[in-house]
Design a protein around this ligand. Structure first.
Ligand code: PNS
Length: 160
């Protein structure tokens, strides 16, 4: 049997419990998950890429088959470097579908041998996004149950 590597790409600004839920589910299915943190964003991130990678490494330290790396440029090039056969993405609601469909089909055009596999995070996280987490943190609201405690601490330090 060939070991299957999945790349789980994203901005992760910052990682949320929804991301973690998906990583945990994925780590039970795939032999290896490489979390790819996008480096070259047009928008100005709240956390720089090494802060985002560090947080992800800390919160996934207990998962032996999960690695975290930054990447720049084409996702399919990163997947090739990692010898990944799968791109893992989470879909929360129907509203995610159109964007995800476009990306998955473009990625398939670029690299037909890599399949995008969608998974559903736990329903408790279906409304959760890094964008809303940043907004709630900036406005002083509680992030309990939405992000890991170390992420909440770093968010508070960042916005204070
Ligand atoms: O968490 P996000 O911001 O929804 O993740 C988006 C991401 C990182 C998956 C996407 O922007 C991406 O893959 N960027 C890399 C550039 C690329 O390969 N573009 C062409 C394929 S659509």
């Amino acid at each position: 049997m060939i070991a299957v590597t999945a790349v789980y790409p994203g901005s992760f600004d910052p990682v949320t419990n929804g991301h973690l839920d998906l990583i945990e589910r994925g780590s039970k299915i795939f032999d290896r998950i490489v979390i790819g943190v996008l480096r070259n964003q047009e928008k100005q991130p709240l956390f720089n890429v090494s802060e985002r990678v560090d947080m992800l490494r800390e919160v996934t330290a207990g998962l032996a088959n999960v690695e975290v790396e930054a990447f720049a440029g084409l996702l399919m090039e990163f997947a090739r470097q990692k010898q990944a056969r799968v791109i893992l993405r989470g879909i929360r609601a129907v509203s995610d579908y159109e964007y995800e469909l476009q990306m998955a089909l473009m990625n398939r055009k670029l690299e037909p041998h890599v399949e995008t596999i969608f998974m559903l995070p736990g329903e408790a996280y279906s409304y959760l996004s890094s964008k809303l987490v940043r907004e709630v943190a900036q406005l002083g609201g509680s992030l309990q149950d939405l992000v890991p405690p170390l992420v909440e601490k770093r968010l508070r330090a960042k916005v204070s």
